[in-house]
Ligand binder design. Structure first.
Ligand code: CDP
Length: 227
């Protein structure tokens, strides 16, 4: 099935499986997948390493200037790099998850990330996942999906992912982090997490990957009249 050079926005709550679905869409339709959350995680790791964020999540004003010297980019495998370093592993830790939402709520951080996202967007034929892709970054995206799932399912998925990577989190700590991030992400002033009015909602609590992909395929066929 060949589909036009559109932008597909996949937004939603933490650990709803946005990146898994977006990657599958990219593979199936030969699109480029872009993970906007990775950039917010990369900025957070940078702020932590440069000691520009306190233990309680207070971001120093010095981050604004420091960002002008920060090089974050994706390598050919889609892994996030900071200069010559691949930081894909470090940005997925609980330590980064614990501070990413306060960092992502800072307006100049969002501007910095948005600029990068728009550069990618010029290319078209991309599927991007995040919190504000369909509402703020690409409000004209031709297809918007908003993902939800029950808290229990989301927490268990994230817990399993972390354990598979060798971390030893407590399930309760993971639940707490999802709640906190969802709260901060939906209540911040700049580009809060919310469903775009023209987004299709997908609750995948009880769906397999195959069912999800079939759902998206149905959407695309209906919307673009492709058989
Ligand atoms: O994988 P998960 O859904 O847990 O999170 P992520 O996509 O890696 O995003 C990490 C954090 O970055 C989110 O909790 C948001 O605070 C922030 N974010 C954002 O504000 N806007 C986006 N477009 C993407 C992520």
């Amino acid at each position: 099935m060949k589909i036009p050079d559109i932008i597909i926005a996949v937004d939603g709550y933490s650990s709803t499986g946005k990146s898994s679905l977006a990657k599958k869409i990219a593979r199936k339709f030969d699109f480029l997948y872009l993970d906007s959350g990775a950039l917010y995680r990369g900025v957070t790791l940078f702020a932590q390493e440069e000691r520009l964020i306190s233990r309680l999540g207070k971001v120093s004003d010095a981050l604004r200037e420091a960002l002008s010297g920060l090089d974050l980019h994706f390598d050919a495998e889609g892994r996030l790099c900071m200069g010559p370093r691949c930081i894909e592993q470090q940005i997925r830790t609980m330590e980064v998850s614990a501070q990413v939402s306060p960092v992502a709520a800072v307006p100049y951080v969002r501007e910095w990330v948005d600029e990068k996202l728009h550069e990618f967007g010029r290319r078209g034929r991309i599927v991007m996942d995040g919190r504000d892709i369909g509402t703020a970054v690409f409000p004209n995206a031709e297809l918007k999906i908003f993902m939800t799932a029950s808290e229990q399912v989301r927490a268990q998925r994230r817990y399993d992912e972390l354990v598979a990577k060798g971390e030893t989190p407590l399930l309760e700590e993971v639940v707490q982090n999802l709640r906190e991030r969802d709260y901060i992400d939906s209540h911040r002033e700049t580009a809060p997490l919310r469903r775009a009015t023209d987004a299709f909602e997908l609750d995948n609590s009880d769906m397999t990957f195959e069912e999800e992909l079939a759902w998206v395929q149905g959407l695309i066929q209906g919307k673009f009249g492709i058989l």
